[in-house]
Design a protein around this ligand. Sequence first.
Ligand SMILES: N=C(N)NCCC[C@H](NC(=O)CCC(=O)O)C(=O)O
Length: 442
Amino acid sequence: MEANFDGLVGPTHNYAGLAFGNVASARNADQASNPREAALQGLDKMQALAKLGLAQGVLPPQERPNLSALRALGYVGKEARVLEKVWHEAPGLLAAVSSASSMWTANAATVSPSADTADRKVHFTPANLCSNLHRSFEPETTSRVLRAVFEDATHFIHHAPLQSTPALGDEGAANHTRLCAEYGEAGLELFVYGQGSESEPAPENYPARQTRAACEAIARLHELDPARSLHLLQNPAVIDQGVFHNDVIAVGNREVLLYHQDAFHDVDALKRWLRTSWRGARAPVLIEVPREHVSVEDAIGSYLFNSQLVCTPDGRMHLVVAQECRENLKVWAEIERIVEAPDNPIVDALVFDLRQSMRNGGGPACLRLRVVLNEPERAAVNPMCWIDAAKLEALRDWVRTHYRDRLVLADLADPNLLDESRTALDLLTQILGLGSIYPFQR
Ligand SMILES: N=C(N)NCCC[C@H](NC(=O)CCC(=O)O)C(=O)O
């Protein structure tokens, strides 16, 4: 089965315009955010997918503002004074160390299921996220979180994040797609990168965050069969339009790959690879959305391809989309065409209001890390991290008690916000049985 581990939105969720090349982040910079609503919207999605019978887990937010990062950059003295000083001297730095960006767990790590790896274990490599300062603070705690949730070394292997340098930029599962006939059978792993060799085309306006070198290193570390993994160049022209991760322009699940006509530099290479490498009873299903139906701009505005494609226990496939898809007539018409077409297994579209996350360029697929698990592996996951009715109630109460309903950038300097966040996170580690994963707890 495939489990989804959604990131819980943190108490400092805000709009700081930090992610260059992510148009929603730039457009909504300096708006007031609502962390409480953001977290509750995320929980609603988790609840709905759990109700459908999917294995749904949750990953905690990180400690923000990140005081240890500020200390490492030379800020000394009382915490309240440090926050005030940074706010006056370097407000952009305060925003960077306060971002709740770990909520987008599609960027937490790349995960290869045991059916694909030579040692038959589930492999995790946390993403170094070195393209953006605010995200580069995540891997340390992410590593601790993943080890606390997937602890059992008989099933789970945790690699260190790759060296944090532009030549090895890695953004995790957002650029990684696994295709297979059945989850438990050996699959094909597709790695999509934006920065390859000098001779390959590259974007001109916006950064290519994912490097081919990182993809290749992860495939080696995860002991994948080279014949069953492909490294494919993203179309640099779409990166320049705001497709900062492949999951903004393509999504795959089981045998289905749904992608935009302009997603890849050489889509024929992908088709050839699928033809020659595919195994298993179900044939691959490619759903290519033509630019005449949906422009790249509409794809980015609606996040059509940042939908989740999930299978319920009856094997039926569902498209989990953001409300913005329904509000765009062309996109909604395309979704209706996909759902009605007899030659693909997608039976319906489930619509969610994720506006708080969407305003930072984070849709349904950004908010989850997929982990394919067999029964013994599923049983070995930290049981307190699964979503059920009781956990949801506890998390909703926790959010309502500890989260603010309005946050602007100046609030990040408020020492009370730091205290509130730490109190909340300390309780959360108990609710999720995680132990001391945060710097302030150690
Ligand atoms: N596509 C996937 N898988 N994830 C979406 C990540 C959105 C995130 N936004 C931000 O980091 C904005 C933060 C701000 O501007 O305050 C990013 O660009 O890295």
